[in-house]
Design a protein around this ligand. Sequence first.
Ligand code: SAH
Ligand code: SF4
Ligand code: F3S
Length: 469
Amino acid sequence: MDKRLYIETVGCQMNVLDSELVASALLERGYELVDRPGRADVILLNTCSVRQRAEDKVYSALGRLKHVKEHNPLVVIGVIGCMAQKDGPLVFRRAPHVDLVVGPSQLGQVPELIEAIAAGAGPQIDISPDRKGESHRDAKRSFLPFDPNRAIEARPAAHQAMVRIMFGCDKFCTYCIVPSVRGPEQSRPMDEIDREVRRLAEQASRLGVALEVTLLGQTVNSYQWRDGGQTWRLADLLARLDGIEGLARLKFVTNYPRHMTDDLLAAVRDLPKVSPYLHVPAQSGSDAVLGRMKRGYTAGEYREMLDRIRRTLPDAAVTSDFIVGFCCETEEDFQRTAALVRDGRFKNSFIFKYSARPGTKAAEQYEDDVPEDVKRRRNNELLAIQNAISEEENRPLVGRTVEVLVEGPSKTSLKRVEAGESTQLVGRTVCDRIVVFQGPQDLTGQLVPVTIRKAGAFTLFGETVDGRQ
Ligand code: SAH
Ligand code: SF4
Ligand code: F3S
């Protein structure tokens, strides 16, 4: 068969990384990437189940792909990732033109399964058993990672890499589907992570670019690796990675508020390569809501944690997630959340309307009783408060020169530039702020001093210090 791959991703950074791992495994086997499903021999949709909308998006994309299949019956259509794990064989029933359903823990099998389909074996499915029916140990065995076989050379950008340091989640916040689709929390061995980051850094050095590594975990700061009677935590891991030559910046997401320990904050303060950027979702500012969510902390405790962060890391950028319209959320509850957003001075917040997920505790125990229009209003109100704060927090940067890791031409300019030509570039500060400025394309992957001239809520606009354009 011809080997042209089209892959589309929805969901969080875990999924972005998974797509990269699957694509690079296929590229190593001779595939090439194409940018339209109509031109592909294999179409993969990497899916998310965190909210209903994410699932709807996939099923409507699948609806559109029906014509592609009719036109070319040999095309292999695969649904992979979290929704594949959650819906399993239901995907075939809802979209009979799908050939392949693979969960997040079986992604290593994708190349072989595609070959089997191409050889005439018919539709294939590979997912983990429902976590609910398994012991913790058995569930750990069926939710296995495939990161260790990562094909470093076939990555899309040499200057940025995500490295998973843990899988799954055991927190079971009542609204959340992630623990059932991603399986039990498991930390990767420290040596294995160290080796992976070293290989990434060697590649970056060889290509003459600065490397930014983002360590990934659903509750990244509960990382724990036991070896020979000793326990290593995230602070220890950061200390070990910080010394790697060729590594420029080290970030980690997502943090769980209760595990934001002093030793971790001290590590962020003291280790030169660790970015003072902390994503620590609060979800709500109301104790009643937090209790029903089973988040394991009160709003007061979250505020105390924020104070500790500000004391140790006065210049840190803190970001958060909030859910509005969770079951039984009153106007008073919502006002408490609004107060937390006002007082928290987050760099930015992701705000979501509650979406009941079948199979979660909240969907079983509480009524999804906040009307859609109230959810929408609360969402907009919170966004407006946060956006004003984001802008206020960005404003003091005007006139200052910051170090930017250049990610490449901005999306709008991407198609029009020739090599060497000046274009609009986009990059990030050490605090994860987006900076747009004019410069030559070959600055991609470099650390560049940029003077900020204008600040919006989401973007900083600047110019290179030496006036290079
Ligand atoms: N592990 C991370 C986030 C995982 S999902 C954490 O604990 O923070 C990313 C975000 O999606 C969550 O922080 C939450 O704000 C949101 N989310 C999760 N389930 C949701 C649901 N059922 N409805 C709406 N938003 C949800
Ligand atoms: Fe979901 Fe909570 Fe786990 Fe985050 S910590 S992935 S919100 S269950
Ligand atoms: Fe979605 Fe799975 Fe991430 S459900 S948010 S893609 S872990």
